[in-house]
Ligand binder design. Structure first.
Ligand code: CA2
Length: 148
């Protein structure tokens, strides 16, 4: 089983800026932790991060042919990118939406997600561990044939 982990704009800065909001864990450390979980779950991961909407869409398209599932934090694009929503809707690989922060406890514009409706589920608010929770739930669901 192969899962693509896709991170959107500015998440390359994790651990270097705004630690009070996003914690002090770098994206590299998050990916290392996910790789270790993937070993335990016996799945293969591919990590991508981009600050560009078009590149993220290309990665989603590639996941559609190369991966069995997607863990995605679209970052700010979550709240307004219909193009990313359409890309997720267009591929057969199921996606889980991830946010490190509790987006429902922040500014009103962060409470709206245009991608949730085309994802199988979402997890938010648990910092870096949110990614691990999402990966575990996605893989468990795929293994049990409860997600397609
Ligand atoms: O909570 C999340 O994971 C978000 O997806 C993060 C996005 C934000 O726009 C979403 O509303 C919620 C922002 C990512 C910015 O990441 C930074 C990391 C370090 C320093 C500055 C920004």
């Amino acid at each position: 089983m192969k899962i693509m982990v896709i991170n959107g704009p500015n998440l390359n800065l994790l651990g270097t800026r705004e630690p009070e909001m996003y914690g002090d864990t770098t994206l590299e450390t998050i990916e290392t932790r996910l790789a270790s979980l993937a070993h335990e779950l016996d799945v293969e991961l591919e990590f991508v991060q981009s600050n560009s909407e078009g590149e993220l869409i290309d990665h989603i398209h590639r996941a559609g042919t190369r991966a069995d599932g997607i863990v995605i934090n679209p970052a700010a694009y979550t709240h307004y990118s219909i193009a990313i929503r359409d890309a997720l809707a267009a591929v057969s690989a199921p996606a889980v939406e991830v946010h490190m922060t509790n987006v429902h406890g922040r500014e009103p514009f962060r409470r709206r997600s245009v991608v949730s409706a085309v994802c199988v589920g979402g997890l938010w608010g648990f910092g870096a561990a949110t990614y691990e929770g999402a990966l575990r739930l996605l893989v468990d669901g795929l293994n049990a044939d409860e997600i397609s």
